[in-house]
Design a protein around this ligand. Structure first.
Ligand code: MF3
Ligand code: CO
Ligand code: CO
Length: 290
């Protein structure tokens, strides 16, 4: 069997399927989402150590495969609509769905890594931006804006708010920062299926759309461009790039609507899920110089 890998195929929990109506989940589901969300965050934390000039994107894919295998999880993208990788790696002007292939990271690159793990039947979907070495000022700013755009969308989530409030908050913030918001992709319901209803648009009108209710579970994942809003899909049928080749950035969390607001399932206890965290010095090293 040399040269072959056994591609694990995700078993669907019985009865789990995409529906047009928006599912409402109880405490057990929230517990399942907490577990897979924390696992997905830990996987993305681990990716940080691989980000340096000369690393091939395929190393990130191998890490995610290995992480999933050692944590009783399955990467949801493997075999998803013909996609052949354990994650997406989108570098610089790549908006989303970039292949983790043999292409190498270079100094100054920015890269989104998007991982969806399935654990105990629940799907945890999250993505973050990473920078190789020292980012250019414009790239750093874009990353901050993309993260804050996602957080502005998340912060309006509470029972009684409308779906359109999320997109409105994202769009209003990003436009005030003179960035554009990609309209061709959106967040989605999640739980025991990868992409469920509702679509979580990254633009919209406040006060419109379905009313948010306690127990809804979905992703918020805006893609923000430094330049124009136009994107196109490359002939590989997956890789999406900005038409003007301007930089693009994205963050994604899986969240749930609680009795009085929201819960983010894919936070990292390290704080690494957000841009601009300085890692504390390793205590062992400190001790050794004393
Ligand atoms: N993880 C992506 C999302 O946020 C979906 C990737 S589908 C793939 O929904 F097939 F491109 F991997
Ligand atoms: Co998603
Ligand atoms: Co994702």
């Amino acid at each position: 069997m040399d040269g072959y890998i056994d591609v694990p195929v995700a078993p669907k929990p019985q009865g789990a399927c995409r529906t047009d109506s928006i599912k409402l989940y109880g405490p057990d589901a929230f517990e399942g989402m907490r577990r897979v969300g924390a696992l997905t965050a830990r996987c993305l934390d681990g990716v940080s150590d691989l980000i340096c000039a000369g690393t091939a994107l395929s190393r990130i894919n191998a890490f995610v495969l290995d992480f999933a295998a050692t944590h009783e999880a399955i990467p949801a993208t493997l075999g998803y609509e013909g996609y052949e990788y354990a994650c997406c790696t989108s570098v610089n002007h790549v908006v989303c769905h970039g292949f983790p292939n043999e292409k190498k990271l270079r100094e100054g690159d920015i890269v989104n890594v998007d991982v969806t793990l399935i654990h105990d039947g629940w799907y945890g979907d999250s993505s973050r931006m990473y920078v190789v070495g020292k980012p250019k000022r414009a790239a750093e700013r874009l990353i901050q804006i993309a993260h804050e755009a996602m957080m502005q969308g998340i912060r309006v989530v509470r029972p009684g708010a409308r779906l359109g409030d999320i997109g409105h908050a994202i769009q209003t913030y990003a436009h005030a920062e003179r960035c554009s918001v990609v309209r061709d992709f959106c967040g989605h319901g999640i739980g025991q299926v990868f992409h469920d209803s509702p679509n979580i648009l990254n633009f919209g009108k406040a006060g419109t759309g379905p009313v948010l209710k306690q127990g809804m579970i979905f992703t918020v994942e805006p893609m923000v461009n430094l330049g124009g809003v136009g994107v196109k899909t490359l002939p590989d049928n997956w890789t999406v790039v900005t038409r003007d080749r301007s930089l693009s950035a994205q963050f994604e969390h899986s969240i749930g609507v609680t009795s009085d607001g929201f819960e983010i399932f894919t936070l990292s206890p390290t704080g690494l899920h957000a841009p601009g965290v300085e890692l504390p010095p390793v205590s062992g090293e400190l001790n050794s110089v004393m």
